[in-house]
Design a protein around this ligand. Structure first.
Ligand code: BDR
Ligand code: CA
Length: 349
């Protein structure tokens, strides 16, 4: 069993990461923290609760609200892709002001909200102390502000972290500048802090996530399992959940087509982090030194991957070592099999 803490900025593809984290049979999700990112933090926090409710989360998996802004740079959001509230066009989720949504935020015995760092630290400490020494995998699908603050504040708990797995960065490519990917560009300093932590770090870059495309044929299978492949017209949704996911894919596909010219469908970037935790054999990876460009005029936020091993590095994770396992490729069919299985399990809840 993998014990997982998930930090998100939902976000269409973040929503699919939440679904996978709830329904991969070898993952126990401990909690979900939220960050600024695709939308301002009020929205991402509420969206996480809406997704957890819609995807059948057990009552112990709550939302913990985290950072409202990056460590040093001004906050930026991505309304162009995700809409002003982060989940534009997605139908069938509980409304943001639904009392069930508002009551899904973690609170202490006095009813005060428990914030991201506190919730993350408590879950990791308890899993480590009480669970016969189970380490926790911390997964990030947004800007890494919360994770960096955790590294800085809870150095004593880092031995209880199995690994940091994040979606972000690129090897020689970006999507929000020529070389910077959105999550890293939003908080480059936070990313460097996480890469420098003495913990194994796994990066799923856009070079890999751009292969996880929801094609029209996959969209049809998502809507209605067993529908004849390659028909032009989408079949009616078999369930309400499948309708919700279809509207999510439809919006995401339209945005990716308009903004990036993706004609075959949208890439499900964030879901790959959870797929990696559940089935690492779906990925080819290579261990490299990775740093973030923090000062470049044209390159701020670039993940600088030392592909040719120029830097002298030791075998440790962190400041002096090859600090990151970098995703190189994905078994795309295997990933979508896992996604469709998780949707079926979610449907059965
Ligand atoms: C990343 O940026 C966001 O738009 C997505 O949610 C994903 O985490 C892809 O660059
Ligand atoms: Ca995201």
């Amino acid at each position: 069993m993998k014990y997982v803490w998930l930090d998100v900025d939902p976000g269409h593809d973040d929503a699919t990461a939440i679904l996978l984290a709830l329904h991969c049979t070898n993952i126990r999700l401990l909690g979900v923290s939220t960050t600024h990112g695709n939308a301002p933090s009020d929205h991402t926090a509420t969206n996480a609760a809406r997704c957890l409710l819609a995807f059948g989360a057990p009552p112990e998996v709550r939302v913990y609200r985290g950072a409202n802004k990056p460590l040093l740079v001004p906050a930026r959001h991505d309304a162009e892709i995700h809409g002003p509230d982060g989940l534009a066009g997605v139908e069938g989720l509980p409304e943001p002001d639904d009392p069930d949504v508002l009551s899904w935020f973690a609170t202490d015995a006095d009813g005060a909200p428990i914030r991201a760092l506190e919730g993350m630290a408590k879950a990791i400490r308890e899993t480590w102390d009480k669970g016969a020494g189970h380490r926790v995998t911390v997964v990030s699908t947004g800007p890494m502000t919360n994770i960096a603050l955790f590294v800085a504040a809870y150095a004593d708990l880092l031995e209880a972290v199995e690994e940091f797995v994040f979606m972000g960065g690129g090897v020689g490519m970006g999507n929000r500048s020529a070389v910077a990917e959105f999550n890293i560009l939003c908080d480059p300093h936070a990313t460097q802090i996480v890469l420098d932590a003495p913990v194994k770090t796994v990066m799923i870059p856009i070079n890999v996530s751009h292969t996880a495309i929801v094609t029209n044929a996959l969209h049809q299978q998502l809507l209605c399992p067993g529908a004849p492949p390659d028909t032009e017209i989408l079949p009616p949704p078999a369930t309400n959940l499948r309708h919700t996911l279809s509207t999510l894919i439809t919006h995401f596909a339209a945005a990716y087509k308009t903004v990036f010219g993706f004609n075959d469908g949208p890439p499900l970037h964030d879901a790959l982090t959870i797929a990696y935790v559940s089935q690492p054999e779906l990925f080819k990876t290579i261990r490299k030194r990775v740093d973030v460009e923090l000062t470049g005029t044209h390159t701020m936020g670039e993940t600088v991957v030392d592909v040719w091993n120029y830097q002298p590095c030791d075998d440790s994770w962190g400041v002096t070592g090859k600090n990151c396992l970098v995703g190189q490729s994905l078994d795309v069919d295997g990933f979508f099999d896992l996604l469709l299985e998780c949707v079926s399990r979610c449907d059965a809840v």
